[in-house]
Each structure stands twice: as structure tokens, then as C-alpha cells.
Design a binder for this molecule. Structure first.
Ligand code: PLP
Ligand code: ZN
Length: 370
């Protein structure tokens, strides 16, 4: 049955309930039976909505879209090893967050929501603001006060109310939680519909490889919205018998902020308390990811592991990618640095997929400073 389900106390709620967490305070997930009509999919426009029957939105009239997705999958050489790079920096707002925002705001429209709140280190705020504009829904975005100016301008231009919060990323999350008490929390980390958008990453990758799973997928991880979505997508395709395996997930964190990598390495049950240190990879600098337990489980169950990259490695990889013609934001370069590190230790032939998550034009000040 289609429903929202709590991973802690097991409470279930109908999908038409406009809630983003359980009464017990824990996270919700969407239980939903996806359908993959391969012949229909092949005939549709090249957007992420070609997998329409696998996305939990009831009525087509509620789909909030800019024809996003089905981004190119390009073969790029990393020290002579070919890696399929998904060009998710080419989304309408300049990051893969549009996958999640398109489905999340479609759900908000379906629920008849008039106003949403979201907090972000930048890109999720841009995406939710843009799709709120498309949906005609009022939107308030909370960001840390030191967020990149280009992202602030973008959020404002979409017509969202922008709230700059002093302090660290965590303070911004608390301010948004407070504001969300009286409205709908369109949170990319809390709201489970976001993951039913990011899962289309996996659908596209498998279709572009001829409906086959790659062996290995290397992804950047902060809150894990891409990693958890990808894991969900590959799992759904396997459940439907369309692919025969779920790829090994390699999760990349910046050494300066790597609570998940530390927990994985130390086989810890909970995330260690770590200080928020500055990193070039601002988009994944999350000290306490709320879906941390799910991320650790997904990486472990897939047979994967974590890779941490230093500031020097991120900077070097950014330079290397730009010299190849890919203008990506520094956060994306954490993932490509992880790819370089992974392929250096490679023992066998593997079909490897990774991603360019965000566009370099969003980080001009940082690019100038580097
Ligand atoms: C959001 C984001 C990520 C990582 O996403 P998480 O959900 O925090 O794991 C990576 N790169 C860019 C450019 C992003 O905006
Ligand atoms: Zn509960």
C-alpha cells in the first residue's frame, strides 16, 4: 500500500497527509510500488519525468517541471581509467537538486500547500525557490549568512523570501525547523519525496547504459540526498527485475567535515560530534546529517565504502576538471577528487559512474579566490 512510514516506531500515514515527520519526531519514508513501462519510457521526452509511473505523484496536472533531467552521461578519463560522468551541473538551477525539488514541489502542489519553508547551504534553496516559482507557491529560504552571493541572488530572483541566519549550518537548520512549525517543510533532508526525485539519477544511468547497472557509483555525500536517492532508484530497478544488481556505492566526504566516513571506519552506531571546519566543498559540509544511519546502511549494504579527500585534493581536482572543459563548483570537485583516489587503487575492470553535481558559475567568488 502507498503510505508514509516511520522507520522508528512504525507508524503509517496516508500519502495525502501533509506531514514531513512522524509524531514521534523521527524521519518518514515513502512506501510506494514503482512501475517501469520500458516501451512507454523509450517514447517519451528526454526528461526525468519519462519514468512517470515510478514517481509517487497521483495527478499529471500537479507535475511541476522545467523538463529537467536525462542529463548527458559522458566518458571521461581519470589517469587512463574511463569513468562515466553524469552531467548534473546542467540542470535548470545549476545543480542536481532540481531532481528532488521537481518531485517535492509537485507533491506540495498535490497537497494544496500555499507556502513552504526550506533551509540549505545554497543549491537546495535555489532549486526549491525555482520550483516554488513554477508551482506558484510562496517560498521562504533560510541560508547561513556566509552563503555564496551568486546563490543568494538566484534565490531572490526566483521570488523567494531569503533569510540569512548567523552562525553555522546547524543554526540555519534550527531556524527553518522553527519556521516550519506553522507551514510545510520542503526540506531536502527531512522530506522523503525529495529522494523520489533524486532516485531518477539511477534510472537515467541504467537506461543510458542499456538498462544495466554499473559496478560502482561514486557520489559526494553531506546530507546524502543524492546517495540515498540513487540507492533507492537502483534498488527499485532491481526489485522490478530490470537490472540484476545494485552497484557498490563509494561515498566521498571532505576530510574537513567527514562524520559519516569516521562512523563507517570506526563501525560506530552513532555519528561522532565533530567541529564545523571550513572547506572548499561547502555543499557537503554537514556535521550532523539527519539521515546518517540510512546513509551508512546503504553504503554498507551495497558493498561500498567511504573515501575522504583533503582540501589540496579538492583544489587539484577542480583545476584538472576545468582544464578538461568542465566548469564545476568546488563542492563537485570533492567527488571528482574521490574518483581520482578510487581509480588509483583500482584492481580490476569496473564500469564506474560518477557525477558533476553543481555548476561553477554558482561559485565565482570562490573561483576568483582560488
Ligand atoms: C547538495 C550538493 C551535494 C551533496 O548533497 P547531499 O545531499 O548533502 O549529500 C553535492 N554537490 C553539490 C553541488 C550540492 O549542491
Ligand atoms: Zn515514529
Amino acid at each position: 500500500m502507498d503510505q508514509l512510514i516511520c522507520g522508528k516506531c512504525g507508524s503509517a500515514f496516508p500519502l495525502c497527509d501533509p506531514r514531513w515527520r512522524c509524531d514521534c519526531g523521527y524521519l518518514l519514508d515513502v512506501e510506494f510500488a514503482p512501475v517501469f513501462a520500458l516501451d512507454k519510457i523509450a517514447e517519451r521526452k528526454p526528461t526525468m519525468w519519462r519514468y512517470r509511473e515510478a514517481i509517487p505523484i497521483s495527478d499529471d496536472a500537479n507535475v511541476v517541471t522545467l523538463d529537467e533531467g536525462y542529463t548527458p552521461l559522458l566518458r571521461v578519463s581519470f589517469d587512463g581509467v574511463p569513468v562515466w560522468m553524469k552531467q548534473d551541473h546542467l540542470f535548470p538551477t545549476g545543480s542536481y537538486k532540481d531532481r528532488g525539488a521537481s518531485v517535492l514541489m509537485s507533491k506540495a502542489k498535490e497537497l494544496g500547500i500555499q507556502r513552504v519553508v526550506e533551509d540549505s547551504s545554497g543549491n537546495a534553496g535555489c532549486a526549491v525557490a525555482a520550483y516554488s516559482a513554477v508551482a506558484g507557491i510562496e517560498c521562504a529560504i533560510y541560508v547561513p549568512e556566509h552563503t555564496a552571493a551568486a546563490k543568494l541572488a538566484q534565490i531572490r530572483r526566483y521570488g523567494a523570501t531569503l533569510n540569512l541566519v548567523p552562525g553555522e549550518r546547524q543554526d540555519t537548520a534550527l531556524a527553518a525547523l522553527e519556521a516550519a512549525q506553522g507551514t510545510y517543510y520542503a526540506s531536502h533532508s527531512w522530506n522523503p519525496f525529495f529522494l523520489h526525485g533524486t532516485k531518477t539519477f539511477a534510472f537515467e544511468v541504467c537506461e543510458q547504459l542499456g538498462w544495466r547497472s554499473p559496478d560502482t557509483v561514486i557520489l559526494p555525500v553531506g546530507n546524502g540526498t543524492l546517495l540515498l536517492g540513487a540507492y533507492l532508484g537502483f534498488t527499485e530497478l532491481m526489485g522490478a527485475g530490470i537490472v540484476s544488481s545494485v552497484p557498490k556505492l563509494i561515498a566521498v566526504q571532505a576530510e574537513a567535515c567527514a562524520p559519516l566516513a569516521a562512523a563507517f571506519r570506526g563501525k560506530l552506531d552513532s555519528l561522532p560530534e565533530i567541529p564545523a571546519r571550513d572547506t572548499l566543498a561547502e555543499g557537503i559540509a554537514i556535521t550532523s546529517p539527519i539521515r546518517g544511519g540510512q546513509i551508512l546502511r546503504a553504503v554498507r549494504d551495497s558493498g561500498g565504502h567511504f573515501v575522504s579527500v583533503s582540501e589540496g585534493e579538492i583544489k587539484a581536482s577542480l583545476t584538472q576538471m576545468c582544464r578538461k572543459g568542465f566548469y564545476i563548483e568546488p563542492t563537485s570537485a570533492a567527488a571528482t577528487a574521490g574518483v581520482s583516489k578510487y581509480v588509483r587503487r583500482l584492481q580490476s575492470d569496473e564500469v564506474i559512474v560518477s557525477v558533476l553535481t553543481g555548476h561553477g558559475l554558482k561559485a565565482t567568488e570562490k573561483m576568483l579566490a582560488i
